[in-house]
Design a protein around this ligand. Sequence first.
Ligand code: TYD
Ligand code: MG
Length: 466
Amino acid sequence: MALARARSTFVCQNCGAVSSRWQGKCDACGEWNSLVEEITSSGVGAGPGLRKSRKGRVVALAPLAGDTEEAPRVVSGIGEFDRVTGGGIVRGSALLVGGDPGIGKSTLLLQAAGALARRGHRIVYISGEEAIAQVRLRAARLGLADSPVLLAAETSVEDILATLEVGPSPTLVIADSIQTLWTDAADSAPGTVTQVRASAQALIRYAKQSGAAVVFVGHVTKDGQIAGPRVVEHMVDGVLYFEGEGGHHFRILRAVKNRFGPTDEIGVFEMTGGGLREVPNPSELFLGERNAATPGAAVFAGMEGTRPLLVEIQALVAPTTLGTPRRAVIGWDQSRLAMVLAVLEAHCRVRLGDCDVYLNVAGGLRIGEPAADLAVAAALVSSRLGAPLPADTVYFGEVSLSGAIRPVSHATARLKEAQKLGFPKAVLPATVPDGQAGDPEMRGIGQLVELVARIAASARSQPSED
Ligand code: TYD
Ligand code: MG
């Protein structure tokens, strides 16, 4: 009998690409120093050449039309969590919850597990990182000690699967974290891409067969990628990121992939001494410490998924002492800021070339919408001219390179949220929605220069600071 020769391959821990020799840089994703040697003699990662060929089985082909049923969902009752999953976790599906270490993933999932178990579901929580006593301590802190969640501290996939076979099939299995799991089917060390992929595969197969939903927890490296588990993103039905800025108490759960629901929904939580608390009205949180009298602050009426969200944009424009002025952004896109600055210089004659520019989205939120352009421009001009913006006004609209203000979606929802929170006035694209056109509180503008002129006029009408 010939022994299978141990072969080593080099697997990129960032994207999972396999190479036959070591390289400093991964050819597939361009990441440096990400290739790690993994020994693969057989099993997963050994390649098709080593497998015995077998005659395929005939599968039945089905038409597109036919009986369909709505995917059955498991609702936790934690509203912000259910919203992000698209109305509850789908039975038999696999979900990845990613985030920085310490952000609160285990807390979130233990709370979800506790809530589901209280509703009569069979929930299994497998902790590969913490001992049972640690999880119990946390549960006590969260007020969940009486919840019938089933706990195991285990990392072997084979043992986990054998355990799950006993008794009725659970509604939900939580694997915290995917990086700690390992399976006999792969030869590489725990934590490597090959192990993570093989372990996830085994549990996803279990989910499809048993109808239990599986949630993987994955730690993210500081460049924002899930190390190793990034390959898992392609295998699961949904990917949720749990985010938050250091020093801030609130956390945002964001769906970046969802086979069974929308991907732009967010759930907002606050980390308290007793675990995560839902924040059903995030605008109030993001506007919490607002000081309307200072120049450089503009309230943006934004949208996150189907939900309007008011958030303060803060700008500081100050004369520079550097040869190349500084442009620093937190919570917004750097190149988008460069564009707004260029448009202000070129079309509105606002001089910024000799100024440092700092831009911050209050509360640590990250905004991806181009609709924030107008609020950013308002904050920048307000700071540059030392003129506070009116305290009762919100801003939204996309700025084009020509300086024109382009319409954005969901204008009505944005305005409704603004009115609800005490902002009756708005500066918005000239093409305002029906019924709003005649409203004197709505200032529709066609060109960015109109906004600059308004702020400049208000600067002249108030006493100068210096
Ligand atoms: P954790 O859920 O362990 O993070 P992760 O699983 O993403 O690594 O959360 C750890 C942090 O949360 C820790 O710094 C303490 C804090 N925390 C609270 O502030 N309140 C609580 O009730 C709990 C359980 C944790
Ligand atoms: Mg954890």
